[in-house]
Ligand binder design. Sequence first.
Ligand code: PAJ
Length: 265
Amino acid sequence: MNPVVVRAISALRQAVHDVRRRGLTVGFVPTMGALHEGHASLIRAARKETGFVVVSIFVNPTQFGPHEDLARYPQPFEKDLALCAVESADLVFAPQVETLYPQGFRTAVEVGGLQDVLEGSSRPGHFRGVATVVLKLFHLVSPDHAYFGQKDAQQVRIIQQMTRDLNLPVEVRVCPIVREADGLALSSRNVFLDTAQRKNATVLYRSLVEAQAMIKQGERSSTVLQRMLTERITATPGVILDSAAIVDADSLQPIDPLREQVLIA
Ligand code: PAJ
């Protein structure tokens, strides 16, 4: 069955209110559309665990920098709806920009310490935009569970921190990364890659797997691992490395030697 498509806040609130009165739990999958199998896996996880599944499709302008790809971010809305229908989502919330950010909007959520490192250091303001829109969406949808992909590990960490710090009554569920057969993580932006770039992009997965294997064999030096990652990635034609970092999975701070749970980003 096709999901109900809702654009207005009042209609969304009414719909969620109605299903809650029927005793159903609400699962929420926030997205920016251009949906693929990675998003589908989150919708399936929500479908399994909750009685009413809401997917939001909103290309959030506040998380894009001035020189980023906001204007050309893919928006195949009808195709997205078809995927939501196949995965049996109940409601698609697709607001206009002015609905979430009316004239005079001023408030932002900052998750200090976690938002400015790793991807945040090359994309200033990105995670402020993410945290702000996710908080708004949590308030609007008021889900019991919200589903995020481990692919965006820093995003997950920031949302978890925000949820805890602000006592949000939402359980954040983290779902595994869905990859292509050759290891490239599915991403809405992969359509921007030409054939050669698409092939070269697999260096990311290959070098992560190699680092993981080195750790399993006992390597504990972050410096050694980082050197391997940097060499592998910069040696690949057409690839420009922003940063290769090994950080504590909780604080996202560099860690050397490795201990407890680490994140290779
Ligand atoms: P978007 O990039 O559309 O991703 C929506 C969700 O799908 C995120 O939780 C992301 O981690 C997950 N996802 C994307 N590719 C995946 C893959 N290959 N495997 C598993 N999960 C995957 O992330 C955003 O949108 C935005 O920042 C958002 C949270 C919606 C706020 O605007």
